[in-house]
Ligand binder design. Structure first.
Ligand code: NI
Ligand code: MN
Length: 226
């Protein structure tokens, strides 16, 4: 059984195959996040890209817990220089079997730099196959035809899609993404954290439901099992 908890913005906690995964731990400074970084004890931290609203508390959590950090090569390289040696580099299209499941780094159309300006490599998403289920975290991205390919190749159970517009696709394009990905369930992320990415999430959810797509907007701190 997998357990998903949403902590606002793109912070996703996923318990699967007996492991605790934390995506994009932007906790300090995240006005929606209801927990403190000290409350989280992940086994793995997965980073879609290096922007501050995703990178967040990575260093502090990795130092405290010893969690392995997974990200694209440039993120791995940066972590090494920060003294975080328990890290694993990937790159787009790469796939690897981890103890928690088979992870593929997927294409995202966005940019990526660390808060100090260092180049962060290419942004990415993740597709995770574990316990017979498939989880897709699109990361920060525009609508991409690659999503259609993913929908044809994989029977996705849960798709985490950014919907906040301005920096990523907005509701209009996320609706198309959902039609192409054909997931059993859409969980919207990356919205309402700041005024510039405020959206009417219930209107978005209603549009998906009218297309026969299941959607579950989560309040920060809320979750579910599947
Ligand atoms: Ni970003
Ligand atoms: Mn972002």
């Amino acid at each position: 059984m997998a357990r998903i908890t949403y902590y606002g913005h793109s912070v996703i906690w996923l318990e699967v195959a007996g492991y605790r995964l934390l995506f994009d731990p932007f906790i300090t400074g995240n006005p929606l996040c209801p927990v403190q970084p000290e409350a989280l004890h992940p086994d793995y931290i997965l980073l879609t890209h290096a922007h501050g609203d995703h990178w967040g508390d990575t260093i502090a959590i990795a130092r405290r817990t010893g969690a392995m950090v997974i990200g694209i090569w440039e993120i791995y390289d940066y972590l090494q220089k920060q003294g975080i040696t328990n890290a694993h580099p990937m790159n787009l299209g790469g796939r690897r079997q981890f103890p928690f499941g088979r992870l593929t780094m997927t294409i995202a159309h966005h940019s990526s730099s660390f808060p100090d300006g260092t180049y962060g490599g290419h942004p990415a998403g993740f597709l995770l196959e574990s316990e017979g289920k498939i989880f897709y975290n699109a990361g920060d991205t525009a609508l991409s035809y690659e999503m259609r390919l993913l929908g044809e190749r994989y029977r996705i159970d849960v798709a985490f899609l950014p919907v906040g517009d301005n920096f990523t696709m907005g509701p209009e394009d996320a609706l198309i993404a959902a039609e192409w990905l054909k997931p059993r369930l859409v969980v919207p992320i990356h919205y309402n954290t700041f005024p510039v990415i405020e959206v009417d999430i219930e209107a978005f959810a209603q549009q998906l439901r009218e297309k026969g797509i299941e959607v579950r907007p989560l309040r920060p701190g809320e979750g579910f099992t599947l």
